[in-house]
Structures are given as C-alpha cells and as structure tokens.
Design a binder for this molecule. Structure first.
Ligand SMILES: [Zn+2]
Length: 182
C-alpha cells in the first residue's frame, strides 16, 4: 500500500471518529505560528493544539521571510473581512528548532539568500547556523515590519528535537500599541 492509500484510510477513520464540524476560520486561541516544514516539528502536535485552535505558516526553517510577512498582511485583510481584527489580543509565535535542515543549505548561499530576498554576501546577518540568534533576528524583522498589524504579542520559541521540549528565547513582547490600518 502506498502513502496515498494509507493516508486515505486514516482519513476515513478521522472523518468518522475525530472530525469536529462547525469550526470557525479564525483560530480559537487567536494564535498564528510560523514554523518549519520538518515533519518532526509539526506545530499543532508539539504544542498540543487541536483543529481550529491555531493558524500555522510553515517554510524551511520557520523563518520570517518577505513571503511570510506578505502572508500575514493578507491574513490581516481576511480577518477584517470576517469581522475580527488580527492584532490586538493575538499571539504570533516564531517556532524554530534544533537540528534544522536549513543548516545544510548555507553553502552556496544563493538560494537561501533568495528566500530572504537579500544579497548572498549578507546571509550571515540571518544567523542561519545559530537557532537562538535566528529567532531573535526574525523577531526583530517582525518588530520593524509595517506589514504586521499592531499590538500583536510576539514570542520566539526554540523546540529541541532531542527532548521534545520548547524554550522561549525571545518575548513575549507586544509589538506596538497603535494598530495599523489594513
Ligand atoms: Zn527545520
């Protein structure tokens, strides 16, 4: 049996036993997580979130890239059309982890620099080789971005793939008091 057959079978079980109808689009915990695509670090699993509780954006490394910022700006638009404001009272969690595959993508730096939309010669500024410094760098990017709705509470968290435990590396910090119009 291939993966699709295996997963279709599991979905049948899910739909029968675990599906929750009537969930809202907006995450119940008012939480947006930026995480890595690594299958060992699925944010919902490692922080124990149920369906409908958190929204997640995943990329290689769980890094704050221009694409992620644009995505958050779109989510802010979406939430305002749904009658809720993404920002005040919300948590934004940058969730990165130890032993990340992004460590193996630094050389040559061209492709990773393109992901950040920076010059390859400046990739060191993203601290790809140091997860704690990378988290602080990304929190700083969020802090300085005009695309991020105001009053978001931002935290940077490191997950250890050896122990299953998380550590808060930066924050929580409320970004700014005045929400920007989106
Ligand atoms: Zn990773």
């Amino acid at each position: 049996m291939g993966a699709i057959e295996n997963l279709s079978e599991r979905n049948t079980h899910f739909a029968k036993h675990h599906f929750t109808p009537g969930l809202k689009i907006a995450p119940q915990l008012k939480t947006l997580v930026i995480g890595c695509v690594d299958p060992r670090v699925d944010p919902a699993h490692i922080i124990g979130a149920a369906l409908g509780e958190i929204a997640v954006i995943r990329n290689i490394g769980g890094r704050v890239t221009p694409d992620v910022l644009a995505e958050i700006a779109l989510l802010a638009m979406l939430s305002s059309t749904l009658g809720g404001a993404l920002g005040p009272g919300w948590d934004l969690i940058v969730l990165q982890h130890t032993d990340c595959g992004i460590l193996r993508l630094q050389d040559p730096p061209d492709k990773l620099a393109a992901m950040f939309d920076i010059e390859p010669a400046t990739l060191d500024e993203k601290h790809v080789g140091d997860p704690r410094a990378a988290i602080k760098t990304d929190i700083a990017t969020l802090r300085h971005s005009t695309l991020i709705p105001g009053a978001f509470r931002v935290s940077g968290v490191l997950y250890d793939v050896e122990t299953g435990r998380t550590e808060i590396v930066d924050g929580p910090e409320v970004l700014r008091l005045d929400p920007i119009d989106v």
